[in-house]
Design a protein around this ligand. Sequence first.
Ligand code: ADP
Ligand code: MG
Length: 712
Amino acid sequence: MRNDPDIQFLKGVGPKRAQLLASELGVTDISGLIRIYPYRYIDRSSIVPIGSIQSTSAMVQIRAQVISSVLLDKSGSPVDTSGPDIRFNTVSRLSAVVSDGTGQMELVFFKGVKYIWPRLQPGKVFIFFGKPSVYNGRLNMVHPEIDDPSGQEMQGQPSMAGVYPSTERLKNAGITGKVMSRIMMSALEAGLPDVQETLPEYVLKEKGLVPLNYALRNIHFPKDQQALRKAEYRLKFEELFLLQLSLLKQKYVRSRNERGILMPNVGDAFHKCYNSLPYSLTGAQKRVIREIREDMRSGRQMNRLLQGDVGSGKTMVAVLSALIAYGNGYQTCIMAPTEVLARQHYANICKYLEGTGVHVAALTGTTRTAERREVLEDLASGKTGIIVGTHALIEDTVVFRNLGLAIVDEQHRFGVDQRARLWGKAGIAPHILVMTATPIPRTLAMTLYGDLDISVIDEMPPGRIPVQTIQITETQRLSMYKFIKDQIAAGRQAFIVYPMIFENEKVDYKNVERGYEEILQSFPFPPYKVAIVHGQQSDEDKKFNMDAFAAGRADILVSTTVIEVGVDVPNATVMVIESPERFGLSQLHQLRGRVGRGGGASYCILVRGHKVSAESRKRLDLLCSTEDGFVLAEEDMKMRGPGDLEGTQQSGLPIELGLASLSTDGQILADARDYAAHILEQDPDLSSPRNRPLLAEMRKDKYNKLDYSKIS
Ligand code: ADP
Ligand code: MG
């Protein structure tokens, strides 16, 4: 907008309300305000006969006559209204009965009674608008909006009314829905003439989009349903398209500018390891390794996200990639989010690399001083080919001879800064492979990791036995214990996982501790051995307990979600999850993935509360019905929104979407992304005159904060 006045000068705003709108909605100027869209619409053109109201779930509008009205005090007795001075301070509510000939309804008001009472005179007709409910067997409506059917208020009011996001403070300051509508009307009057089209003419034409001006007017005050649909589509497309354009532009710029380490060879170690694998790779593993190999010999830097469900065999892909780097004379570091996982990776990798002559080292927070010195020396001298570790790897004392590949397992546990520091360790950007077991819906991946290349292992190693998932409640606890004892007697092991309760940034471990006590009583030693792992233990205690379970010295591992990622104990066949309703679907799926890893028929038992919400029920039912992580992730996103999705909380969405939704607008997103790629192919810098509006958009702050190039 060329001329963007402060909102305080709008009719009905003023300095005080302007301040409030700024603090509550984050808008200070008109162009910001008109981009606050209604989140739903009420079709005010339809009037419902009271006699036909059946559902109490939707807002309705009735046209009815006041039959009687009465003021009641706290005890429910009528307040005297005969005199000139009504004692409103004793009134607790106003109750009116209205009728439209088809039926009657009670209207109840607790607030603003002083002003409403004189309006609701028996005999008068109004339009009431609100949400019906049933109280004492009677239809009623609490605090409906009241409109005069012939009055000013209805005139000029479009039939579809937008409902805007609001807050308690806004409402208290008198910025009700109606007031907000009025403010928006003046904002549009003042602002629309100056609104500049963000998309080039040819884009509007090719994609069949309405102009921005039209879209903004109709998203706020739709002429009719069709105009609203067109406005919505245009604005959603614009949002997703500009975001994808910025992500893809960064990707193109980087692939042109970022030189990568050229790794033309594969090398003997790779072949040796490959030929002595105890199994043959799945088709998906082979495909992904080919993709990685292509990246590494392209001369450009690899930035690849590897998605593969728990147990899909990502470790082997990591090892073989590391061996390619090794075959070209470069070192690889593999970072895991926890001590336990780093140790486990180290052990596995050493096993895989036996006989290849590659020197593998480990470095974690608990590596002792003398050993640490040696590890660091070997790394600096180049003796070490592959180093596995935790955050300890990014400390300043760690110096590589020539880091060529960085592999990050379960990336969301690492912060942006930490990743950048790792990057800083190499003179020339190392190749980056980020691995995640959290299946991310395609639309979300395109947005969260829009500038990365994505590989997916979508095939499980053969011979996997499906995990049987069941729900039980407290009443079946004893028979579950019996079942676990039978499994232990058959030589198997069991996980029992408790949720951590987060409150005010504090983590409550009482659940797992109480659970541990109970398990100790039900599974007494001897013969039962129970280990416990949770986040409050020292790394050494954790390691001791984990090792005991992994080595089979403990039958049961009681834990919080620290065991969530990666832990591999093939002999464990039972996963008990306490209060599963407290976990997200993706997380439950991850936990379930700890069993069914080769130890025979496996079970996941969800011990849910008696009273769980319908939504939780639906979620748990779905978990019981499928083992496809992508299906579960899609569903999770639909139910809880992308912001809540496992693995995205820390990283967050790169940009806040206003209208578009990653759960429901996947088709628009895919289309917008293809179209953005198409435009960039022809004009990578957006320097042609016809793309000038796009270039201007790309220069805006919100797109420039999206610097992904150094965080992956
Ligand atoms: P992820 O890290 O993807 O969860 P892992 O790499 O830990 O999975 O592999 C899970 C298990 O499957 C390991 O025990 C591994 O040895 C085994 N595995 C991996 N690839 C194959 C394969 N192609 N065939 C059979 N077993 C495999
Ligand atoms: Mg793994």
